[in-house]
Design a protein around this ligand. Structure first.
Ligand SMILES: C[S@@+](CC[C@H](N)C(=O)[O-])C[C@H]1O[C@@H](n2cnc3c(N)ncnc32)[C@H](O)[C@@H]1O
Length: 276
């Protein structure tokens, strides 16, 4: 699958499902009560100028701007960027439709870069790392939230993964999503393999279980905003939804809340004084 085809898929998905990621992840909470967006915000506290790479609808940029940072965002999706531009906190922020592989910013223009659930989707990731090293100041910080790419998690998330697997495996070729990004982003050694040659330190790497629980309908609407569903036959997705809603009833607590835990990775690195 070519880079252009992968990017066309992402643009189409986000045009059809604007704000899909923030609708899902802004409800999630780590054990300490923070959302995954707040975790990234806290990793760049004290850094004046921050770029959000693959900023989507600007949920994280809004948190950063409200915390007093000077922010900018770049994303492939003009549909999501249009939503970001509607946020009052971002009226003066550069929000640019563009590619992470060729960032439209000057050398050393940022003290930090954050990227929430986007880095693992990007092809030509070594080029992205080189671009990040270029636009960050020496000593600048990079903080990433990455999908774990693992089956697991907890509660209804495992059920969801179990229910979608046969549909995805059995889908005809024209109903399969392209393989996106670089598999090295799924593990710590792979991230170091990408970032260290570009001039970054080895990453500090942690896992965070994110609680996405709620009513069965809320959990379904959060989990079902996934790339794999877009090309699938809608009748297949509907049948998975019915199964999911029926089978989660037995997981509900006395308030009707369904548990759902998704694991994400947090990777933080600093750009060396001389980039590689
Ligand atoms: C899963 S969404 C996350 C959006 C946002 N960061 C959030 O968490 O709410 C991934 C985003 O990365 C963007 N993206 C993927 N590859 C990109 C690339 N090569 N350059 C710029 N943006 C990219 C997509 O358009 C999409 O908006």
């Amino acid at each position: 699958m070519t880079t252009a085809a992968q990017e066309a898929f992402l643009r189409e998905f986000h045009a059809r499902h604007p704000a899909a990621t923030s609708n899902m992840m802004s409800h999630g909470r780590a054990p300490d009560g923070r959302s995954s967006y707040e975790i990234l915000r806290d990793h760049v506290a004290g850094q004046p100028r921050i770029l959000d790479l693959g900023c989507g609808d600007g949920f994280l940029l809004d948190l950063l701007a409200k915390a007093g940072h000077q922010v900018a965002g770049v994303d492939l999706s003009s549909a999501d960027l249009a939503l970001a531009r509607q946020r009052p906190s971002l009226h003066d922020a550069p929000l640019i439709t563009g590619r992470a592989q060729e960032l439209p910013f000057p050398d050393g223009g940022f003290d930090a870069c954050v990227s929430h659930m986007a880095f693992m989707l990007m092809p030509d990731i070594d080029q992205v790392a080189a671009e990040l090293a270029r636009i960050l100041v020496p000593g600048g910080r990079l903080a990433l939230i990455l999908s774990s790419g693992q089956v697991g998690g907890g509660g209804s998330y495992e059920l969801f993964q179990k229910l979608i697997r046969p549909a995805l495996d059995g889908a005809p070729p024209e109903q399969r999503m392209p393989s996106l990004g670089d598999r090295r982003t799924l593990h710590r050694d792979g991230i170091d393999e990408i970032l260290v040659p570009a001039g970054f330190s080895p990453v500090a790497w942690t896992s965070e279980p994110i609680d996405l629980g709620g009513t069965a309908e809320q959990v379904w609407s959060r989990l079902s905003a996934i790339y794999n569903f877009m090309p699938l036959d809608p009748a297949v997705v509907q049948s998975i939804e019915q199964d999911f809603l029926a089978r989660t009833t037995e997981l509900a607590d006395s308030d009707g809340r369904i548990p759902c835990t998704m694991n994400v990775r947090v990777a933080v690195a600093d750009r060396g004084e001389a980039s590689g």
